[in-house]
Design a protein around this ligand. Structure first.
Ligand code: 5GP
Length: 118
């Protein structure tokens, strides 16, 4: 529970180590972990530790530096694991497939098929 009494997002619970995840990188502000249901050979979620922003539009308006940190970490992971080429997906809104309303980037890489848009 957060101090406001709202339930923490599933990703905040991963940040807090309340539920397990395969964490691949972490900074003071951002965490990256393997998606539980991978849709590509590399499928990592890059997530700000704060759950203040529900989607990438809110994040870009509220903290563009934090968005740049997400992109930089995504690039580093793709460099290490897939030669530096990758797809970065921010599902934005329920109709677009967003299921977790704590902004996150899908980093997809390696033999991407047309159905791998997360
Ligand atoms: P969205 O559909 O909101 O863009 O993406 C949410 C992603 O989070 C999905 O790809 C889903 O597989 C992943 N996911 C949901 N719950 C968990 C979890 O508990 N652990 C991990 N590692 N990934 C999760």
């Amino acid at each position: 529970m957060s101090s406001t009494g709202e339930t923490s997002s599933i990703f905040s619970r991963i940040v807090a180590r309340e539920i397990p995840a395969t964490i691949v990188a972490e900074t003071d502000t951002v965490i990256a972990f393997e998606d539980i249901a991978p849709k590509a050979p590399v499928h990592v979620l890059v997530v700000p530790k704060t759950e203040k922003y529900r989607n990438v539009v809110e994040l870009a308006a509220g903290d563009p530096e934090l968005l740049a940190e997400i992109v930089a970490l995504a690039s580093r992971i793709a460099e290490e694991r897939a030669g530096g080429e990758f797809r970065l997906v921010f599902n934005t809104g329920e109709a677009a497939g967003q299921t977790v309303f704590h902004v996150h980037a899908h980093v997809l890489a390696g033999s991407l098929g047309e159905d791998s848009l997360a």
